[in-house]
Design a binder for this molecule. Structure first.
Ligand code: NAD
Length: 347
């Protein structure tokens, strides 16, 4: 059904925005405004077909509802997807048209960076909509949310390593990082500083070489990273990487990473549990970026305050681990129920 994928609650509204002049084809999905305006980034990506783009927008926007609720933000969940034009295109004009589409929703949806979009894209859009965040400002807080996302994932791994693996610190803990992009690189630096041993893979050989040279990382092929001999796997590249093929081969006992929608299906969360692997849900641990752009949007952005708010993700990871002891649920199902119970207007 267009009004809800099998494992989703229905979306409040979905806008298809097309502009023949710039070639814009965008999907703006507002999943829930129960907590406030829907807030979530804009993905710029090549899709096999338009239905795949719609599916991505619907899945990602529902994930934002859960993420924003668990992060205690006064925002609902939304996400936009721009289908990358096949031929040449004028990027500023395309994003201007997208900005006008965002504005047409009159504040029901607020956008920011996601995979494929940059701070420059967001800055350019400010001429067309006031509902955009993640904008670098001279001498003031704002811009790229990725380092904040990385910090939230870092504190989550640290908490998981202590609580699940029973280790005192990250010293000597082996962590496999899939993807050394905007988030993955910052996460690698945090982990390295804390004494973790890194095993890394990226399709970009330069990033891998840099991690070897600067962080003493061990490199493996992109087909081997998830099955590496490590304590922790941190997926920081693509969605749906935890699936029927990858799960049986995992050696790690803890999974926590930045990538959105890591579980291919809800049943894959059960399969991880059956193998004795603890999965810290993506939307719980990767909320640092939305916390950052949300504070920026509300003009409450200040580096220390934002980092302190991101650090609170550690307490929520601890609470989830406590909750599953009582409920006997998998972390994925427990987090889902917890987040859904919060899809109401904050007091
Ligand atoms: P990015 O595009 O900067 O980085 C992705 C990296 O993964 C790139 O270096 C790319 O070369 C690499 N990669 C692609 N395919 C790969 C493969 N098969 N194996 C190994 N590496 C591969 O993106 P990002 O901003 O770092 O985001 C990473 C993930 O985290 C995405 O799923 C994104 O949705 C999610 N996320 C990002 C943020 C944020 O603040 N940027 C916030 C929440 C969630």
């Amino acid at each position: 059904s267009l009004f809800g994928l099998p494992d989703q609650s229905p979306h409040e509204r979905v806008l298809l925005a097309a502009d023949p002049v710039t070639g814009l084809k965008a999907i703006l999905a507002v999943h829930s405004t129960a907590r406030g305006p829907a807030f979530g980034g804009c993905r710029f990506w090549s899709y096999d077909n338009e239905l795949a783009a719609l599916n991505d927008a619907l899945r990602l926007s529902q994930g934002m509802s859960l993420k924003n609720a668990l992060a205690n933000l006064p925002f609902g969940g939304g996400k936009a997807v721009i289908i990358k034009p096949a031929g040449d295109f004028d990027r500023p004009a395309l994003f201007a048209a997208f900005g006008r589409a965002v504005q047409s929703l009159d504040g029901a949806y607020i956008t920011a960076e996601d995979v494929g979009t940059t701070t420059a894209d967001m800055l350019g859009m400010t001429a067309h909509t006031q509902y955009v965040s993640g904008i670098p400002r001279e001498g003031a807080f704002g811009g790229d949310p990725s380092p904040k996302t990385a910090y939230g994932v870092f504190v989550s791994i640290d908490e998981g390593v202590k609580r699940v693996l029973g280790r005192e610190s990250l010293q000597g803990v082996r962590v496999a990082l899939q993807g050394l992009g905007a988030v993955g690189w910052h996460l690698a630096e945090y982990l390295h500083r804390a004494g973790a041993q890194l095993v890394v893979a990226d399709v970009n050989a330069d990033k891998v070489a840099r991690a070897q040279a600067k962080l003493g990382a061990q490199a493996v092929g992109i087909g081997e990273i998830l099955a590496a001999e490590v304590d922790v796997v941190a997926p920081c590249a693509l969605g749906a990487v935890l699936n029927a093929q990858s799960i049986p081969a995992l050696k790690a006992k803890l999974i926590a990473g930045a990538a959105n929608n890591q579980l291919a299906t809800a049943a894959d969360g059960d399969a991880l549990q059956a193998r004795g692997i603890t999965y810290l849900p993506d939307y719980l641990v990767n909320a640092g970026g939305i916390i950052s752009v949300a504070r920026e949007f509300r003009n409450e952005g200040e580096e220390t305050a934002v980092m302190n708010e991101v650090a609170q993700i550690r307490g929520r990871v601890a609470e989830l681990l406590d909750r599953i002891k009582t409920s006997g649920q998998t972390p994925a199902r427990e987090a889902d129920a917890w987040a859904r119970s919060l899809l109401v207007k904050p007091a």
